[in-house]
Design a protein around this ligand. Sequence first.
Ligand code: ZN
Ligand code: ZN
Length: 150
Amino acid sequence: MESADEYHGSCRCGQVTLKVKGKPLITMACHCKGCQRMTASAFSLSALFPQESVEITGLEPVIGGMHGELRHHFCPHCLSWIFTRAEMMGPLINIRATMLDSAVEQAPFIETCASEKLSWVTLPARHSYAQFPPMEDFQKLMSEFAQTTG
Ligand SMILES: [Zn+2]
Ligand SMILES: [Zn+2]
């Protein structure tokens, strides 16, 4: 089915811009200590997309956070955390949902690392994982997510 969904977004200073086509594969909140520190907040919000659905223009993002298999990409000027790529995830890109103008209206479908959650935080996520979901759960989660978003 053709989808007309197109989300635009940018970092805080606007010098890195994003254009995303189609719906996310899944939306997530991560409560891990690393996300708490990198967001300076209680959790991170993300929307997972196939690499080919995402167009990044403007300044070249730089690596911050983790520099290994998991790489966090930041605006070189305002240092907003814009997206994450992981070798083991293949051709997927995990956009920080708060960079996008409208995708953030979608509540996180799953929450991860709930064992590190700040005690006062309660999210409406459909599925909660104490750590990260096992890789084999992702296909099931993504098809369930697709059904809920139509
Ligand atoms: Zn910026
Ligand atoms: Zn995290």
